[in-house]
Design a binder for this molecule. Structure first.
Ligand SMILES: NC(=O)c1ccc[n+]([C@@H]2O[C@H](COP(=O)([O-])OP(=O)(O)OC[C@H]3O[C@@H](n4cnc5c(N)ncnc54)[C@H](O)[C@@H]3O)[C@@H](O)[C@H]2O)c1
Length: 254
């Protein structure tokens, strides 16, 4: 039988309150890990932690001391930290010529700054433990390809993937693997609230597998990267987009 190696592992998911984060918390718990569910929405953190029998932690990921306190609290509760997943990242849509300083700063704060904070806090803990670990952050296909209005968000997600590669190299000798998952369109509550059924159906047609992802599709990729199955994988971005970025946009055939 193939083992994921996650039974009894101590995990923290930042942004666990809904969507991809909730799916990751459930998947890690189902694989046998203890999960600290961090969110800035106290009700969401409490609801998900109740589902997984884990620890609810309320924190604003944009605040370094909040992030450090979350990691410290999880370590205190579980006795250590083996797995850390950072889900948080909100899109600010603006054409580059129209984007304000606030669009730019907010995108980099909501997409990238907390990955730096969390990687430092979790990484230092994992290195000190001396037993390795796994760190996974959610990127986006917007950091690999682009479309109008994706400027600040895409630049921040591209920065996230770069940071993950550097972390992977710097922490490899300590056995801490660092990877990213880049989803295409995912049917999370945020996206479902934003897009009409008609627009969702139209966008599904442009995806080779014929549908947008469910949060669980992304959580399975995260679970793989956290598990022993990915024991020789570090510094990578796993694209989970139903084939959307694999295709050439123009066809020469009718
Ligand atoms: N949904 C998509 O189509 C899609 C596509 C590509 C990439 N992504 C990426 O996936 C990730 C998750 O997306 P989602 O749609 O599940 O997001 P979401 O907005 O539905 O969920 C994010 C969770 O993080 C929490 N959160 C937000 N800001 C926070 C903060 N400052 N501190 C602590 N918690 C905070 C929210 O309360 C929420 O529970 C993001 O990084 C996003 O960029 C999503």
């Amino acid at each position: 039988m193939i083992e994921l190696g996650l039974v009894g592992k101590r995990a923290l998911v930042a942004g666990a309150g809904q969507g991809i984060g909730r799916a990751c918390a459930l998947a890690l718990s189902e694989a046998g890990a203890q999960v600290a569910c961090v969110d800035n929405d106290a009700d969401r953190a409490a609801a998900v932690s109740a589902e997984v029998g884990g620890l609810a932690l309320v924190a604003d990921a944009r605040d370094r001391s909040d992030v450090e306190a979350s990691v410290a609290r999880a370590v205190e509760e579980f006795g250590g930290l083996d797995v850390c997943v950072d889900i948080i990242g909100e899109a600010r849509w603006a054409r580059v010529l129209d984007a304000t300083d606030e669009d730019w700063d907010t995108s980099f704060d909501l997409v990238l700054r907390h990955v730096f904070y969390l990687a430092q806090a979790a990484g230092k803990q994992m290195v000190a433990q001396g037993t390795g670990g796994a760190f996974v952050a959610i990127a986006s296909v917007s950091g690999l390809r682009s479309a109008p209005n994706h400027g600040p968000y895409g630049a921040a997600k591209a920065g996230l993937m770069s940071l993950i590669r550097t972390l992977a190299i710097e922490l490899a000798a300590d056995g801490v693997r660092c990877n990213a998952v880049a989803p295409g369109a995912v049917l999370t509550p945020r996206v479902l609230a934003m897009m009409s059924e008609e627009r969702l159906a139209e966008s599904a047609q442009a995806i080779p597998l014929g549908r947008q992802a469910q949060p669980e599709d992304i959580a399975k990729a995260v679970l793989f990267l956290c598990s022993d199955l990915a024991g020789y994988v570090t510094g990578q971005t796993l694209v989970v987009d139903g084939g959307a970025t694999a295709q050439f946009p123009l066809s020469l055939r009718g």
